[in-house]
Design a protein around this ligand. Structure first.
Ligand code: NAD
Length: 518
């Protein structure tokens, strides 16, 4: 929080300003098992989105610091890759316990830096923790294939770690998404560098501290900070063999292209525009409750938010009730016990969301609920916007084409299920989708014909549990190996196939095997 001295200094002399800045906590780097102060002269201000008070200054790590992280990770790999699978499993068992014990502390950091409600922040941690819990089953997950080809010959596979891998994460799930990455990377024998979002690195710093406490050795997990220069370093560094990225299209395309060009494995989960189809035979109460939560929860800043809905036939008549439910949601600081949704991440993000709503109105949509200009008591400076609903939206409007990433529900109408599926499949994104219906046959047809990575049936945000993988289709993904689950293990390992011959008889004298062995 900005101290009174800092606030005073803003209007006074430069030396006083520097002295006050020195009092603001600075986020550290975590390299080679130590939390270190960056020597950079480039600092990014991180403000509480509900109050605009400065929480911390985040460093843009220097080239020397980044090199130190990559070199440390490369050095640590030499010994970490030789540890037994049971040793690495033990570290995950200890880590999951520590995360559970520190759940509230991590959630507090998320609410402070990112803004989502405390209850939602706990969900953010829990969904990541589940990945760590699944990583505890690593001996089973890493089992390869074995075949006795003949009585004297076996073929078997071994999954080996890649080396140093890196993760670049977005602001919207500060705990869950780093936890999609480093636990599986480390438990499969890799060393890892995480670059969390510069907008909310606090959760990752706590996770690094807990990993350290769990006995994950120096250099096995490192955390660096920064923006474009740090990302470029990760894309170019020779030690780094693979990059996991989650975030926007613009950054993801850039990182996928640059990392791939440098011969790295890159998995990139990108933007989304998730559609729900509401059939007239759906359970109305369940559907409206789920829709309200999935469109406006976390202020719409979820990649799996159900931000677009297609009402089929008479389901359109439920709109007034949807508006009533949305109006009941309380907008406030995430620390307020009765808050349903908190602020957006930044004033720029707020301005963008407001502009997209306005563009919808200008292009002919009906704004039947307008959350702009909302006043939140005690938090007048926060980046708040209330739930907003645009109806009669057409697919050529900007508010339909753009990912809004705010508490804005965009509604379209269709006469038939076929028409609704067609709308979804023509949208460039393919992250998640959901249908609300009581007909198994309708749900089955939808599942077969819709082109999206995650499909929900009467489930609005079908984020897969970690025994499955988080998938994606079309514009929502670059690279072809998914996050966590079996795909996650594949991403962080390469397969070696061994064919072994152990024969008792003597070799046939003087017969060289020059033909292709069969
Ligand atoms: P973002 O792309 O702005 O930032 C993500 C990361 O990339 C950050 O670490 C940031 O420092 C870095 N970055 C940002 N711009 C960059 C650039 N031009 N060049 C290089 N690096 C850059 O994303 P965000 O705003 O933090 O997150 C929101 C986006 O993430 C939304 O589009 C959302 O849909 C998407 N997302 C997708 C998933 C998924 O699984 N599909 C999950 C969560 C979020």
């Amino acid at each position: 929080t900005a101290s009174p001295a800092f606030k005073r200094a803003l209007s006074t002399s430069r030396p006083a300003l520097y002295a006050a800045q020195a009092a603001i906590p600075r986020t550290k780097l975590f390299i080679n098992g130590e939390f270190i102060d960056s020597k950079t002269d480039k600092w990014i201000e991180l403000r509480n989105p509900a109050t605009q008070e400065i929480v911390t200054l985040v460093p843009e790590a220097t080239p020397e610091e980044l090199k130190y992280a990559a070199d440390s990770a490369a050095e640590a790999f030499k010994t970490w890759k030789k540890t037994s699978i049971l040793h690495r499993q033990r570290k995950m068992l200890d880590l999951q316990l520590l995360i559970r014990d520190n759940m509230d502390r991590i959630a507090h950091s998320i609410t402070l830096e990112q803004g989502k409600t405390l209850a939602d922040a706990r969900g953010d941690v829990l969904r990541g923790l589940q990945v760590v819990e699944s990583a505890c089953a690593i001996p089973h997950m890493l089992m390869g294939d074995t075949l006795e080809v003949a009585t004297d010959m076996d073929t078997y596979t071994i999954r080996e770690p890649l080396g140093v891998v890196a993760g670049i994460t977005p602001f919207n799930f500060p705990a869950m998404i780093p936890l999609w990455m480093f636990p599986l990377a480390n438990v499969t024998g890799n060393t890892c560098i995480i670059k969390p979002s510069e907008k909310d690195p606090g959760a990752t710093m706590i996770l690094a501290e807990l990993a350290h406490k769990a006995g994950i050795p120096a250099g096995v997990l490192n955390v660096v900070h920064g923006a474009r220069d740090t990302v470029n370093f990760i894309c170019d560094n020779e030690h780094i063999k693979a990059i996991s990225f989650v975030g926007s299209d613009q950054a993801g395309h850039y990182i996928h292209d640059r990392g791939s060009r440098n011969g790295k494995r890159v998995q990139a989960n990108l933007g989304a525009k998730n559609h729900g189809i509401i059939m007239p035979d759906a359970n109305k109460n369940h559907t409206l409750n789920q829709l309200t939560g999935a469109a406006f929860g976390a202020a719409g800043q979820r990649c799996m938010a159900l931000s677009t809905v297609v009402f089929v036939g008479k389901a359109q008549e439920w709109l007034p009730e949807l508006v009533e439910r949305a109006k009941q949601l309380k907008v406030s600081s995430g620390f307020e016990a009765d808050a349903d949704l908190g602020p957006l991440i930044s004033p720029e993000s707020l301005a963008r969301v407001e502009r997209l709503i306005e563009s919808g109105v200008k292009e002919g949509a009906d704004l039947i609920l307008d959350g702009r200009g909302i006043k939140v008591q005690k938090y007048e400076k926060g980046n708040f916007i209330g739930p907003s609903i645009l109806t009669n939206v057409k697919t050529n409007m900007e508010c339909y084409r753009e990912e809004i990433f705010g508490p804005v529900l965009v509604c379209l109408n269709a006469d038939t299920l076929d028409e609704a599926i067609d709308i979804i499949n023509k949208n460039p994104y393919g992250n998640g989708t959901a249908i609300f219906t009581q007909s198994g046959a309708t749900a089955r047809k939808f599942t077969n014909e819709v082109d999206a990575g995650q499909v929900g049936i009467n489930v609005p945000i079908p984020v897969p549990l970690p025994m499955f993988s988080f998938t994606g289709s079309r514009g929502s993904i670059r690279g072809d190996v998914n996050f966590y689950g079996k795909s996650g293990i594949s991403f962080y390992t390469s397969t070696k196939t061994v064919t072994a011959l152990w024969r008792h008889e003597d070799a046939e004298a003087n017969v060289s095997a020059v033909n292709m062995p069969t």
